[in-house]
Design a binder for this molecule. Structure first.
Ligand code: PRP
Ligand code: URA
Length: 211
C-alpha cells in the first residue's frame, strides 16, 4: 500500500539552499559551520512564525494614533542538546522575548535509542507555543522523546524545527505526534545502516562544536 504524503513544510529559499550547501560541504570549518547554522535557523524561524496570530492594540506614532500588532502567544524555544544549541541564537533573532528551555538527549551509538540526561524548562501552558529545535531529524527517536517530555510538562502547542529531515524521522513523528507541524530546510533521501542521514551533513553536534 503506498504511504500517505509527508506532512511537513520544507522551507524553500535561495539563502537556505546556499547555507545548506555550506553545511553539507565536508571542508567547511566549524566556525563557519556554526555561523551558518544560526543564519539558517533565522530563516526557518521566519517561516515557522509566519501563521501565528496577532492582536491589535492602539499605539501613538510621533504624529498620531494608529493600530499596532502584537503576538498573542508566549514563545518558548527548546533546543535538543547538544546540537540544538546551535540553532537558538538564529531562531530568537526575530523573537528575542522568547524563553529558552533545554532538553538533553543523546543517541546510543549502537542501538540509536535516545537517552535523556538533562532538562530545564520554563512553565508551559496552553498560551505557550513551544518550538523544539534540533539540526537533525534522523530516526526521530530524540525528537519524539523530547516532545513527549514537554507534553508531560504541560506543552500543548508544539512545532518541530530542523535543518535536515529523513523520511523515517518524519514518519516516526507523524505516527507519534500527528498534530505537530514540522519545518525543515531539506528532506533528504534516507538513513544509512548507522542511522546517519544521507546525503546529510554528518554529525551536526561535532561539526558545530568542533569536537
Ligand atoms: C543528534 C541530533 C539529534 C539526533 C537525531 O544528536 O542532534 O538530536 O542525533 O537522531 P535521531 O532522530 O535518530 O534521534 P546526538 O545524539 O548525536 O547528540 P549531540 O547533539 O550531543 O551530538
Ligand atoms: N545525528 C546527526 O548529527 N547526523 C545524522 O545524520 C543523524 C543523527
Amino acid at each position: 500500500m503506498p504511504l500517505p504524503p509527508l506532512m511537513l513544510t520544507v522551507v524553500d529559499h535561495p539563502l537556505l539552499r546556499r547555507d545548506l550547501t555550506i553545511l553539507r560541504d565536508r571542508t567547511t570549518p566549524h566556525g563557519q559551520f556554526r555561523r551558518t547554522v544560526n543564519d539558517a535557523a533565522a530563516i526557518l524561524a521566519y517561516e515557522a512564525l509566519r501563521d501565528l496570530p496577532l492582536v491589535e492594540r492602539s499605539i501613538e506614532t510621533p504624529l498620531e494614533e494608529t493600530t499596532g500588532y502584537y503576538f498573542q502567544d508566549e514563545f518558548v524555544v527548546v533546543p535538543v542538546l547538544r546540537a540544538g544549541l546551535g540553532l537558538v541564537d538564529g531562531f530568537v533573532r526575530f523573537v528575542p522575548e522568547a524563553r529558552v528551555g533545554h532538553v538533553g538527549m543523546e543517541r546510543d551509538e549502537a542501538t540509536h535509542e535516545p537517552r535523556d540526561y538533562y532538562a530545564k524548562i520554563p512553565p508551559l501552558d496552553e498560551r505557550t507555543i513551544v518550538f523544539v529545535v534540533d539540526p537533525m531529524l534522523a530516526t526521530g527517536g530524540s525528537a519524539d522523546a523530547a516532545i513527549s517530555f514537554l507534553k508531560e510538562r504541560g506543552a500543548t502547542r508544539l512545532r518541530f524545527v530542523c535543518l535536515v529531515a529523513a523520511p523515517e524521522g518524519v514518519r516516526h513523528l507523524e505516527a507519534r505526534h500527528p498534530e505537530i507541524d514540522i519545518f525543515a530546510a531539506t528532506l533528504d533521501r534516507e538513513l544509512d545502516q548507522n542511522a546517519y542521514i544521507r546525503p546529510g551533513l554528518g554529525d551536526a553536534g561535532d561539526r558545530i562544536f568542533g569536537t
